[in-house]
Design a protein around this ligand. Structure first.
Ligand SMILES: [Zn+2]
Length: 333
């Protein structure tokens, strides 16, 4: 049985003694009686005799080969016992294979991981490695990290979301809100926290909540805080479709304050991406401090403050929140 495995890991052709170039169509392995294993066998259909690299054969099987006028002997490198003796005549030394072992000596090309990936319906790298580990499949080389174009196209569930470049021109023209649910309740009894991000300044507030229904009262108190401390009215609120933001009481409140409620489209979390990213950032700080200093959940306001003290990422187009009035630059020392 000969199976051809197109791959870029072996030479496309070999040059034989008369100078002719013979195409190589695959690679594989072979087992000779002994048993001796031949790895990286090149499949060249046009070659008239199978050629064996003595150095590769002795290295892979830890044997020595002795040539004499009558033939060739393969000996164990350590014990010097003769493992195989083949007498031959003519200009070449040949390995004579018995008919009982001819079947196992048939050349079997080993497909590459890329070929298996295509044959098996484009499974992931871990699945292929698992199959190779359990000897369900034999690969000619370890799986690589090359990208599969068909996978990239076939596994996409949606097109990439366009990056938003919009930015409010004044503080509190637009705030982003989102609610995060903790898998555990904090020692203070908080299970949620509300994130409010000012689109213009990127200043961030977080409020720990015990129940989801506390979200809207907290937002209304935030409106009062903004009005009293900054003399501003929040003009627009961006949030997802959570009922804690969209209910009759909140709609009446926003209507009374002339505030526009901007809801994300269903299954389009990206439209609330700024708040979602802030939640991830605050959670990262929280988890890091938790592991390092055992700071417990419920300190998210403190972690939010830490975030606001730090300069933005070097790739960020946003300036430091504290550099915008009415806030002052932080003193970190
Ligand atoms: Zn694929």
């Amino acid at each position: 049985m000969v199976t051809v495995s197109p791959s870029s890991s072996f030479p496309s052709s070999i040059i034989v003694g008369n100078g002719a170039t013979l195409p190589v169509v695959g690679t594989g392995y072979s087992v000779l009686p002994g048993p001796f294993r031949l790895d990286n066998v090149l499949v060249a259909p046009d070659i008239i005799r199978n050629l064996l690299s003595v150095r590769k054969f002795t290295t892979d099987n830890l044997v020595s080969i002795e040539f004499d006028p009558l033939g060739v002997s393969v000996k164990d490198l350590r014990t010097r016992n003769t493992l195989l003796r083949c007498n031959s005549t003519g200009p070449l030394y040949t390995l004579q294979l018995s008919s009982s072992t001819a079947g196992s000596c048939a050349l079997v090309a080993t497909p590459s991981p890329t070929t298996w990936h295509r044959r098996l319906g484009h499974p992931g790298k871990a699945t292929l490695q698992n199959l190779a580990r359990t000897s369900s499949i034999i690969c000619s080389k370890p799986a690589d990290d090359s990208l599969c174009h068909a996978c990239q196209l076939g596994r996409h569930t949606r097109l990439p979301f366009a990056t938003s470049m919009s930015r409010a021109s004044k503080n509190f023209d637009l705030i982003h809100c989102d609610l995060w649910t903790s898998p555990t309740i904090s020692v203070s009894g908080f299970k949620y926290y509300l994130v409010i991000l000012d689109d213009c300044s990127h200043f961030l507030w977080t409020f720990p909540l015990r129940v989801k229904s506390d979200a809207f009262p907290t937002i209304s108190l935030f409106f009062a805080h903004v009005s009293t401390q900054f003399g501003c009215t929040v003009k627009s609120v961006q949030c997802d479709n959570g009922r804690e933001f969209d209910n009759s009481a909140s709609r009446a409140f926003f209507l009374a304050h002339g505030t526009t409620l901007r809801m994300s489209c269903p299954y389009t979390l990206q439209q609330n991406g700024k708040a979602e990213c802030m939640i991830r950032t605050v959670n990262n700080i929280t988890r890091t401090l938790l592991f390092h200093a055992s700071c417990l959940l419920g300190r998210c306001s403190c972690h939010c403050h830490l975030y606001s003290q730090l300069p933005p990422h070097q790739n960020s187009k946003h300036e430091h929140p504290f550099l915008r009035p009415p806030w002052q630059p932080p003193l970190l020392s």
